[in-house]
Design a protein around this ligand. Structure first.
Ligand SMILES: *[C@@H]1O[C@H](CO)[C@@H](O)[C@H](O)[C@H]1NC(C)=O
Ligand SMILES: *[C@@H]1O[C@H](CO)[C@@H](O)[C@H](O)[C@H]1NC(C)=O
Ligand SMILES: *[C@@H]1O[C@H](CO)[C@@H](O)[C@H](O)[C@H]1NC(C)=O
Length: 455
């Protein structure tokens, strides 16, 4: 039989919506045992699902003659699994290439899995907190050393410094290192990166600070994608450490192939951004989040308009842009005028008047998705360019100045659009706090919850 690929994500998602049933065990049993046609299932990925199940039994419902699995990902599952069943499954699925386990898998168990599946291409580890005896340490290191095909490493839910050297032998061929859950210090990251000469994608937390990013600049000449996430909630905790323009600059000098960046930082300057895009003019994705809303260039006190002006003027291949910091309408004039290939734009706490949004709607011919929150854009902006919405996939506006009247007018003028307001109050004069507009050939959706008003 041909390989049957089912996306459990998709089916699981569907079941979730249809019936609220979330019992993984019954679901998988149904797929594998009752409908035996799915014996050649190759991919089981439940990463994106919110599964509330009470036991790890689901792993034991794979029949003994089931051997076709190539991808097994239960990284986000919030419970213990039946390890004996997992071990048996991994040992008989000889073509398993991707294995991403959850936090509950211990280091010792990880070791046993690696010995059974040295051919893995992608590994997501469990928790890496336990103390290892010197013997366990060297055994685990040698298990990693045998993983000659490993390209992608993620997981690292909790990690201690002592553990990291175990990974070094497996770093040689890594192209993607995903440390987005591991609050590494700069020295820990530098020591790791020395062993990763082929890295193309790197996700880290801002706990690595600028020094960690300087190590990225000096060790990762092939880097194409960098994402730096905040280690603590920027809106709740005081931002003490984190990264600044210094780290980003260092990466841009060392990594000439960089074209995708997501960067949460404490501070930024116009001059730094202009230099960064000079160094790396091929950005397709530029998502810069200065974590204090409306923060100006901290050196000059000026708005950050020229920074994003430099991005859209220099990076002609730009497809996705997220802007932040203190921004006037000038930023949006630049975007409308220069961002000819822009498809997705995210805006928060920016702009001075309706003119800003109007510039984007009138310019940027390839714009598909526009998401705006907490900006002074109102009905005049929303209604300034009806035909633009025909070519766009969606518009999201929250915390802006559009009113129910404005939304109704848009719905009347453009009957083929779905105009949805997520309601806080029903009067026409009041603000439409959250607006979602999208094109659909199917008409209004039938499953909207009661607080969604379809106009
Ligand atoms: C393992 O799963 C249980 C739930 O079954 C959870 O309470 C526990 O915290 C998890 N242990 C680890 C080490 O993640
Ligand atoms: C890296 O990959 C090459 C071939 O692609 C292989 O020969 C080598 O053993 C790998 N090295 C490690 C440490 O995995
Ligand atoms: C990176 O790792 C985190 C945590 O394990 C995970 O949620 C995320 O999906 C991973 N990203 C990719 C692209 O694999």
């Amino acid at each position: 039989m041909d390989v049957i690929f089912i996306s459990i994500f998709f089916l699981g998602f569907f079941l979730w919506f249809l019936t609220g049933i979330s019992l993984m065990y019954h679901f998988i049993k149904l797929c594998l045992v009752d409908a035996c046609g799915l014996r050649s299932l190759t991919e089981l990925d439940i990463q994106e699902n919110d599964i509330d199940h009470k036991s790890g039994k689901w792993l034991s419902c794979f029949p003994e003659n089931f051997m076709s699995l190539e991808v097994l990902n239960f990284a986000n599952l919030d419970s213990d699994v039946n390890f004996v069943a997992l071990e048996r499954l991994v040992s008989r699925c000889k073509s398993l290439k991707v294995l991403k386990v959850n936090e509950n898998i211990t280091l010792e168990q990880l070791h046993r899995l690696l010995v059974l599946a040295p051919h893995l291409r992608e590994l997501g580890t469990g928790s890496l907190l336990e103390e290892l005896t010197p013997r366990q340490h060297s055994e685990l290191k040698s298990a990693f050393n045998n993983c000659k095909n490993l390209n992608i490493l993620s997981g690292f839910y909790e990690v201690t410094s002592i553990f990291l050297p175990v990974l070094y032998p497996a770093c040689t061929n890594l192209t993607f290192l995903n440390l987005s859950y591991a609050a590494l210090r700069s020295d820990e990251l530098s020591n790791l990166l020395i062993h990763c000469p082929l890295l193309q994608r790197l996700w880290v937390m801002d706990s690595v600070e600028d020094e960690g990013l300087e190590a990225v600049g000096s060790n990762c000449p092939l880097l194409e994608e960098l994402r730096v996430f905040p280690a603590s909630d920027p809106f709740e905790d005081e931002i003490l450490h984190g990264v600044t323009e210094t780290g980003f600059l260092a990466v841009s000098y060392g990594c000439k192939k960089l074209h995708y960046v997501l960067y949460f930082c404490r501070q930024m300057t116009n001059a730094a951004v202009a230099t960064i895009v000079q160094n790396c003019p091929d950005f397709t994705h530029f998502r810069l989040c200065i974590m204090n809303p409306r923060q100006p260039d901290y050196q000059t006190g000026e708005p950050m308009d020229e920074a994003f002006g430099a991005v859209v003027k220099t990076c002609t291949k730009l497809r996705r842009l997220a802007v932040s910091g203190l921004l006037t309408d000038l930023t949006f004039e630049y975007i409308g005028k220069y961002a000819k290939n822009l498809e997705t734009l995210s805006v928060a706490f920016a702009g001075s008047s309706d003119w800003g949004m109007e510039c984007v709607l009138k310019g940027s011919p390839k714009l598909r998705k526009l998401e705006i929150r907490d900006c002074p854009f109102g009905n005049a902006a929303l209604l300034s360019s009806f035909s633009k919405y025909e070519s766009m996939r969606s518009l999201w506006m929250s915390g802006c100045k559009v009113t129910m009247d404005g939304c109704r007018m848009l719905a009347q003028e453009m009957p083929r659009l779905n105009v949805e307001v997520i309601r806080e109050c029903g009067n026409d004069g009041c603000q439409a706090d959250k607006l979602y507009v999208y094109r659909s050939v199917a008409g209004p959706r039938k499953d909207a919850p009661p607080f969604v008003l379809t106009l």
